[in-house]
Write a protein that binds this ligand. Structure first.
Ligand code: DCP
Length: 733
């Protein structure tokens, strides 16, 4: 729903920068011989020459359009150069374009608050830069005005003159202009310079709109392309908006726009002007009514958010017509591919930007072959995100199965195997959202664990709750999936392939990134972890192997309680010697040492706690074993159990063996083993260094403090119990 935000009383200068035929430019930079030639980038699917996704301006002159396929484009422009989009995992790989977009963003961000709106679009708030220019070097004081700025299109300015540039120069340098126009003039000069800088550094041309808000800037940037800029003075807003089709306005392309057309007869923005704010509020509610009234007048208080990085990561693919997926096996194959890509990007984000995503969502578009209810949408499903390719693949498949059950409206649905079931999937996508920055240093890694680790909170759960989580997946599966969050199925698949929403703040992250350079990469750490990470390469086989014969959900609940990979001592020693791990650990230790300053307690810091023992793992396993013991069978957890999962580094999972052991035998042996392990890893609470705790994220601090000062267990510290002890379900508590 649109949100009506009051516009600030002070004039702002906002620019919208849009790259010209972006993918084509990226390809032309790679292959300079294509420069100046009619060129188009086509999808990887070569049916009828492949669908065009980007068309150069030279090709557009011949009538080549994005909606065409390569063969059709060749008919209207025989000399057209068709370049296939890079392919990876049987789908477009947009990394080349994504990285090219980042190059541009890093240049634009030098001048003001910058919001990356898509792979090739950026909003800039240039108010401060414009105010500064106006105060220090106003345009009228300049000896010469930059040529690029003189080429600006100023809406409302008379262009029926012999010397348009001179007209523009006069407008930019008007002494008697009001403050708003003077600011826009400065904005125009700044943007012209930025665009030239982008061209110089990246070889890419772009177009821009310069206005007092985002809505107007965005409209303006598309008005004169390629390589031009358009300025929207306040006085020209009405004339700009009035003729625009209502459905072309942002947020009015859907139901709201249709309602305006059919219910109020509003076809253009101008038509909307005849309605009072009250009338619109009466019809659409206070907020939407006000928003509509404002929109018709070009009023928008939407802020440019200081965000350079994606708000979410998505990987998707469409399967049109005969390519629809009609078996679970084929869905699983593609989910594995999509999840592998998603996982790579998540690790890269973690590595480069120290950011963690918290939610995994699956979207699909489906049809039923024999169905009257053909408008029913496949429900999107989400769950807490666990890092590691195999985990993401596993969870995505479960989400899909849950969605399919809901979609088909029957719980007696075969959600396994390669049998045709009367449904088809025409689009699939997985996305990771709720991405947050981790605090720097030790905390960042701690936060990372915390981000996906609720093992500690698991301790707060009643055993019943846990048992419920590990309740075997009923034939219907419905109960087990009750914990899933239904997401409004508003997802679109406009670009077929990987989508990224850009929106997470990182002006200061750039700073952080600079600071972090030289420290060991978390990603490397993960990659160097050995065989478990090969899961990302194992594909379907690995998936099957890893989960068989236990159901994936058993694995969730068992693995879900680990703060550290469950390793035997020799394994841990070995891993400590692994270069990547050594590197990460020594980095952690260095940071930790710094913090521990004069104290001898460096060895007993919380860091050591995580390095040298694994209470939650053992306790988690213990709980799991006991649960298994109770249920006497490997059980499938409800989906909610994923929310109880925590960081696990995809290590070879010895716990799985012991789980099998414990279920196949009495289960006592598993407990004994754990008992032993807890003994080895026991940790004295009074050895936790309080200075380190104080630097932890507040949530962890709270939990550690709870361990240290458990309300109902005042004597535990005196008993020198291990932290693991607190996780024991009932005994001694
Ligand atoms: N894109 C895509 N599929 C679409 C639309 C676009 O893959 N249906 C990709 C290719 C484009 C890029 O996104 O190069 C940016 O899209 P734009 O809509 O901004 O279009 P272009 O940059 O190609 O052209 P223009 O100069 O008109 O903005």
């Amino acid at each position: 729903m649109p949100v009506a935000r009051p516009e600030s009383s002070d004039a702002r200068v906002v620019a919208h920068i849009d790259m010209d035929c972006f993918y084509v430019q990226v390809e032309q930079r790679k292959l300079p011989e294509l420069r100046g030639l009619p060129t188009a980038v086509v999808q990887y699917n070569s049916w009828k020459g492949g669908g065009l996704i980007a068309v150069s301006y030279e090709a557009r002159k011949y009538g080549v359009k994005r909606s065409m396929r390569g063969d059709e484009a060749k008919q209207v422009c025989p000399q057209i150069q068709l370049v296939q989009v890079p392919v990876a995992r049987g789908k477009a790989d947009l990394n080349l374009y994504r990285n090219a977009g980042s190059e541009v963003v890093s240049i634009l961000a030098r001048k003001g608050r910058c919001e990356r709106a898509s792979i090739d679009e950026v909003y800039l708030d240039l108010t401060d830069a414009a105010e500064t220019m106006l105060a220090e070097t106003p345009p009228e004081s300049m000896e010469a005005i930059d040529e690029e700025a003189l080429k600006s299109h100023i809406l409302g300015l008379n262009v029926d003159v012999s010397d348009v540039k001179e007209n523009v120069r006069e407008w930019l340098c008007r002494n008697d202009a009001d403050h708003r126009d003077k600011l826009l003039a400065c904005g125009a000069l700044i943007v012209a310079e930025l665009r030239m800088q982008v061209l110089k550094e990246t070889e890419f041309s772009c177009s821009a709109g310069i206005a007092h808000n985002k809505m107007l800037a965005k409209l303006a940037s598309a008005m004169n392309k390629p390589a031009q800029q358009t300025v929207v003075p306040f006085s020209s807003v009405k004339a700009l908006l009035e003729p625009l089709p209502i459905k072309k306005m942002k947020q009015l392309g859907g139901k709201l726009g249709s309602s305006l057309q059919s219910d109020l007869g509003v076809n253009t923005v101008g038509d909307l002007l005849q309605f009072s704010e009250e009338q619109l509020q009466e019809r659409y509610g206070i907020n939407t009514g006000t928003w509509l009234w404002n929109t018709a007048r070009g009023i928008s208080g939407e802020e440019v958010e200081g965000r350079l990085l994606p708000k979410s990561h998505g990987s998707g693919k469409t399967f049109p017509g005969p390519r629809a997926l009609r078996t679970i096996a084929s869905v699983q194959h593609w989910l594995n591919e999509l999840c592998e890509e998603l996982s790579e990007r998540l690790l890269s984000d973690l590595d480069q930007n120290k950011r963690i995503a918290h939610t995994l969502t699956l979207h699909a578009r489906a049809y039923k072959s024999s169905d009257s209810d053909s408008h029913k949408k496949f429900p999107s499903k989400s769950c807490p995100l666990r890092y590691g390719t195999a985990k993401i693949q596993e969870d995505a498949l479960i989400l899909f199965q849950a969605g399919l059950r809901d979609y088909l409206g029957s719980h007696r649905v075969n959600t396994q195997g390669s049998q045709h079931n009367g449904w088809g999937i025409t689009a699939l996508s997985v996305s990771a959202s709720k991405i947050v920055s981790t605090p720097s240093g030790t905390c960042s890694i701690m936060k990372y664990f915390h981000g996906q680790n609720t093992s500690c909170s698991l301790s707060k759960q009643s055993p019943d709750r846990f048992i419920q989580d590990t309740t075997p997946l009923s034939p219907s599966g419905s109960e087990s999936h009750s914990g899933l969050n239904l997401i409004e199925p508003q997802i679109e698949f406009p670009r077929e392939e990987t989508r990224t929403k850009y929106a997470v703040p990182t002006l200061d992250q750039q700073e952080q990134k600079r600071n972090d350079q030289g420290t060991c990469s978390i990603r490397k750490f993960f990659h160097d972890q050995g065989p478990s990470f090969s899961s990302s390469k194992r594909g379907q086989d690995g998936f099957t192997q890893e989960n068989s014969p236990l159901s994936p959900l058993v694995i969730h609940s068992g693995s879900g309680n680990c703060l550290r990979p469950t390793q035997t001592e020799p394994q841990r020693e070995f891993l400590r010697e692994e270069p990547g791990i050594k590197c990460a650990i020594s980095s952690l230790e260095r940071q930790n040492q710094k913090r521990n300053t004069s104290k001898e307690k460096g060895t007993s810091s919380i860091l050591r706690f995580f390095q040298s023992q694994n209470p939650s793992c053992s306790s988690g396993k213990q709980q799991h074993d006991e649960t298994v013991q109770d249920t006497k069978a490997p059980s499938s957890s409800g989906f909610q159990s994923i929310s109880d999962s925590c960081s696990e580094w995809n290590q070879v999972e010895p716990w799985k063996e012991s789980l099998v052991e414990s279920t196949s035998s009495s289960g006592r042996s598993g407990l004994g083993h754990d008992e032993q392990r807890r003994e080895t890893w026991s940790y004295k609470i009074d050895e936790i260094d309080p200075t380190v705790i104080d630097e932890l994220p507040p949530e962890i601090q709270k939990e550690v403090h709870a361990w240290l000062r458990p309300n109902k267990r005042p004597n535990i510290a005196k008993r020198g119990s291990s932290i693991a002890h607190y996780f024991l379900p009932t005994k001694n508590t």
